[in-house]
Design a protein around this ligand. Structure first.
Ligand code: NAD
Length: 454
C-alpha cells in the first residue's frame, strides 16, 4: 500500500524521534481542535444527535486533556530512564530507552467517533510514530471533519486518514504494521487479532462486554440511581463502559426502581424524546436490534420509541430471563435490565455466565463487600459508588481483560503502549570479574549462588 511505504520512508528520516517535532505536532493538533470545536459538535450532532455538552466533555475536551498531558510530560517520559545496576553487570549504567514502534494503524468505532479516533492517535504521536487512522463509516459527518482536521495539520507521510467500511478495514489489516490499535466489538476484535498474527504484529484491542452494576442494601439509593441513570444515558447508553444491567439486593429493589424512575424524569422529563439531552441510536440496524431485545420483556418504565428518529428512551426491564437475547450479549443502548439477588452466590451465578466485561460497578456502604466485588471478578476497570467516571483520570490505565480487550491506554500508559522499551547496559571497562568466563573453574556452589547478583 503506497501510504505505508510513504510513512515508512518518512519514519526512517528519524524526524519523529525528535521530541520537539512531536510537541509541535501535538500543539498544532490542539489548536485546530480548539478552532473546530463547534463544527465537531455539529458533525456529531448530525450523525446521531449527541448533545453538544456531551461532545465537549467526552470528545473534544477529553482529547485536549490527553494532548495537554502529553505536552506536560513528554520531555520526561521520552528521556532514557536510568535504572539501578547490580553486581551481575558491575560496573555499568543501566537504561530503558523509549523507542517509537514505527507505523501504527488505528481503527475506530462510531460511538465516541472523535475521541476514539484521536485519543489513540495522540499517544502514538507522543511516542514518535507515524500512523494511518480509519474512522467509522457509521458516523460520516464526524469522520469527514476528523479527516479535514488531520489533513490540515499533518502531511500524509506522517498521519493519514483512510475512510471506508469493512472492506477498507480488511485491506488495511492485510498490510504489515508495527502496531494495530483497534476499538470496537469483541467479534471484530477477533478478526483484527487474526490478521495481525499473520505478521506477528502486536495489537491493542479495546472491546466491550456486559458490565454489571451491583447495588446492595447499604448503598445510598438515591445517589446510586442518579449515577446509574447518568452512566446509562450519556450517549444514549452507547458507551462501552456503561452499566449493562443492575444486580440489586432484593430488599431494596423497589426503592431503587422508584429512584431510577425519578432520576430519569428529573433529567429528561416525562417524554424523553423531547429532551435535548439524549442522543439517538446510531443506525437503523442497531435500533431494530434494540427493539428486538425488548420483545417479550417486562418493561417497568420507558419503552418510548420514535422510529423515524431511531430513538428509544431509557427503559427499565424487570427480571429478564437470563437466556433471553437481552441477557446474552452487550446491550449497548438505553435498556437497563434489573435483576435482584438474595445472597452473594446469586451475584456469582449471574456474573460468571459472562466473559470478563470492560467495567463493573458496585454501590455499597460496606467496605468488605466492595472489596469482594472488585477483587473476586475479572473486569477491565470500574468504580465504587459511581459509574463510568474511572475514564476521567488520565493517570488510570483504560482497557479490558479477556474478551473485553488486550492492553490499555491513556496518559503515560498510552506513551508506554506506543513505545518499545529498549534495555541498554553501558559497561565500564576498568574491571572485568572473571566469574562468567570459560574455562569454568569455580565450584558449582558458586554458580548456584549467582541469583544473588541479578
Ligand atoms: P465494530 O467492531 O462493528 O466496528 C469497529 C471498526 O471496525 C469500524 O471502523 C468498522 O469499520 C471496522 N469493522 C467492522 N467490521 C469489520 C470486519 N468484519 N473486519 C474489519 N473491520 C471491521 O464496532 P462498533 O459498532 O463501531 O462499536 C461498538 C463496539 O465497540 C461495542 O462492542 C463497544 O463495547 C466497543 N467499544 C469499546 C470501547 C473501548 O474503549 N473498549 C470504546 C467504544 C466502543
Amino acid at each position: 500500500m503506497e501510504i505505508i511505504e510513504k510513512q515508512k520512508a518518512f519514519f526512517s528520516t528519524q524526524k519523529t524521534r525528535e521530541v520537539s517535532f512531536r510537541k509541535k505536532a501535538l500543539k498544532q493538533l490542539r489548536d485546530e481542535i480548539i478552532n473546530q470545536e463547534g463544527a465537531i459538535a455539529e458533525a456529531i450532532y448530525a450523525d446521531f444527535k449527541k448533545p453538544r455538552f456531551e461532545t465537549f466533555i467526552a470528545e473534544t475536551q477529553f482529547v485536549l486533556a490527553e494532548i495537554n498531558t502529553m505536552l506536560k510530560n513528554l520531555e520526561m517520559w521520552a528521556r532514557p530512564e536510568r535504572i539501578s545496576g547490580n553486581l551481575a553487570n558491575f560496573p555499568s549504567r543501566n537504561y530503558v530507552y523509549s523507542e517509537p514502534l514505527g507505523q501504527i494503524l488505528v481503527i475506530a468505532p462510531w460511538n465516541y467517533p472523535f475521541q476514539l479516533t484521536l485519543a489513540p492517535m495522540v499517544g502514538a504521536i507522543a511516542a514518535g510514530n507515524t500512523m494511518v487512522v480509519k474512522p467509522s463509516e457509521l458516523t460520516p459527518n464526524t469522520s469527514a471533519i476528523v479527516e479535514k482536521i488531520i489533513n490540515k495539520v499533518f502531511d500524509d507521510e506522517y498521519v493519514a486518514v483512510v475512510q471506508g467500511g469493512v472492506e477498507v478495514s480488511q485491506a488495511l489489516l492485510a498490510q504489515r504494521w508495527n502496531h494495530i490499535f483497534f476499538t470496537g466489538s469483541t467479534q471484530v476484535g477477533k478478526i483484527v487479532y487474526e490478521s495481525a498474527a499473520k505478521h506477528l504484529t502486536p495489537v491493542t484491542l479495546e472491546l466491550g462486554g456486559k458490565n454489571p452494576c451491583i447495588v446492595d442494601e447499604t448503598a445510598n439509593i438515591s445517589l446510586a440511581a442518579k449515577r446509574i441513570v447518568w452512566g446509562k444515558s450519556i450517549n444514549l447508553g452507547q458507551t462501552c463502559i456503561a452499566p449493562d444491567y443492575v444486580l440489586v439486593k432484593h430488599a431494596v429493589k423497589n426503592k431503587l426502581i422508584e429512584a431510577l424512575k425519578n432520576k430519569i424524569v428529573a433529567s429528561y422529563g416525562d417524554k424523553q424524546s423531547q429532551s435535548p439531552d439524549l442522543a439517538r441510536v446510531v443506525s437503523e440496524r442497531h435500533y431494530s436490534r434494540m427493539k428486538l431485545l425488548l420483545e417479550g420483556q417486562q418493561v417497568l418504565y420507558g419503552g418510548e420509541t420514535v422510529d423515524e428518529d431511531c430513538f428509544l428512551g431509557l427503559t427499565l426491564v424487570d427480571e429478564p430471563d437470563l437466556d433471553s437475547p437481552l441477557m446474552q450479549g452487550e446491550i449497548f443502548g438505553p435498556i437497563l435490565p434489573i435483576l435482584s439477588y438474595k445472597d452473594e452466590s446469586d451475584i456469582d451465578a449471574v456474573i460468571k455466565r459472562y466473559e470478563k466485561p470492560l467495567a463493573a460497578y458496585v454501590f455499597s456502604g460496606k467496605k468488605a463487600f466492595q472489596k469482594r466485588c472488585i477483587t473476586k471478578y475479572g473486569f477491565g476497570g470500574g468504580a465504587i459508588n459511581d459509574t463510568v467516571i474511572q475514564i476521567a483520570n488520565k493517570k488510570l490505565p483504560f482497557g479490558g481483560t479477556g474478551h473485553s480487550g488486550i492492553g490499555a491506554y491513556h496518559g503515560k500508559t498510552s506513551f508506554d503502549l506506543f513505545s518499545h522499551k529498549k534495555a541498554i547496559v553501558k559497561r565500564g571497562n576498568w574491571i572485568d570479574p572473571p566469574l562468567r568466563y570459560a574455562p569454568y573453574k569455580l565450584p558449582e556452589r558458586i554458580a548456584k549462588w549467582v541469583k544473588h547478583l541479578f
